[in-house]
Design a protein around this ligand. Structure first.
Ligand code: NDP
Length: 284
């Protein structure tokens, strides 16, 4: 039987509706949530992502501010802009669009975002808080994955979750959040041995590899929930995930599509964090 689709479109629309309501309530108290997006250089993919984030904000009544710097901007110039945004009381969330040009130290830039405005949840302070289970801004992609898993109504506690990928923005935090939900977590990466077998034992399989069709049907346990984080182009130039969707959906009970899956929830979780930042800073 074909798997049930976990629709990022439906779930993101619900989140957006909620955030629109919360933004209206904040505005009635004199607070307009504001997200500042810092874009350095002119990477076309980054520009598309930034436009998407701005459009989402607009739809929910959140103010968005685009701070553009040329590709040749120095690290010092980026840090100065961040300091100005950090000091601006009207700006509640700050996001630096990654990747940055090679001559800029990404970690140094991220660390310059005040934790209370770090709506991507990438600063060392927020990552640390997430690991020890304190309240913090959760990174948007893994937080979106957890929302998608919860939407199935299936308990996460005690389930074996296998995460393929260990990047700082997806794999590692996804593993931490699954652990926080009391799943038993295995993290796989390029040095993992017996990866297919590990995947076959997963009740929850999260693929964040960046390789089209990496997860084949025989790697999916019957009845599993498959979360496909990957965003790739296949040989025909079509957008696709890390999972062979047709084959995996024959085995899984629940599966996320690409497009229309995790990507949309990632965007929605940014709105949640921005509204939360505004609420916290306004103490509303
Ligand atoms: P990275 O390239 O930073 O990480 C990829 C991970 O996959 C690494 O940990 C790597 O292992 C692992 N990996 C690579 N090859 C293999 C292999 N053969 N076997 C097992 N593991 C392997 O990517 P990201 O985490 O940033 O992104 C992953 C995917 O998710 C990409 O397609 C990206 O576009 C997408 N993405 C989607 C988002 C969304 O909103 N839907 C948001 C962010 C990313 P090792 O550490 O050993 O090198």
């Amino acid at each position: 039987m074909a798997a049930q689709i976990i629709s990022g479109k439906t779930l993101a629309a619900q989140v957006k509706e909620r955030m629109t309501g919360e933004t209206e309530a904040l505005k009635r108290q004199g607070v307009t949530p504001c997200l500042a997006v810092v874009l350095v250089g002119d990477d076309p993919a980054s520009a598309v992502y930034v436009r998407g984030k701005q459009k989402d904000c607009e739809e929910c009544g959140i103010r968005s501010l685009l701070v553009r710097l040329p590709a040749e901007a120095t690290q010092q110039q980026v840090l100065e802009r961040l300091a100005a945004l950090a000091a601006d009381g009207a700006v509640h969330g700050i996001l630096v669009q990654l990747p940055l040009p090679r001559h800029i130290d990404e970690q140094a830039v991220i660390a310059a975002i005040p934790p209370e405005k770090d709506v991507d949840g990438f600063t060392p302070v927020n990552v640390g808080r997430m690991v020890i289970g304190e309240e913090c801004f959760l990174p948007c992609t893994p937080a979106g994955c957890i929302e998608m898993l919860k939407s199935t109504g299936q308990p996460l506690a005690g389930k074996h979750a296998v995460v393929i990928g260990r990047s700082n923005i997806v794999g590692k935090p996804a593993a931490i959040l699954l652990l926080r939900e009391n799943a038993t977590v295995t993290v796989c990466h390029s040095r993992t041995q017996g990866l297919a077998q590990l995947c076959r034992s997963a009740d929850i399989l999260v693929a964040a590899v960046g390789r089209a069709g990496f997860v084949t049907g025989d790697m999916v346990k019957p009845g599993a929930t498959v979360i496909d984080v990957g965003i790739n182009r296949n040989a025909e130039g079509k957008l696709c995930g890390d999972v062979n969707f047709a084959a995996a959906s024959e085995k899984a009970a629940f599966i996320t599509p690409v497009p229309g899956g995790v990507g949309l929830m990632t965007r929605a979780m940014l709105l949640v964090n921005t509204v939360q930042a505004a609420r916290m800073q306004a103490k509303a």
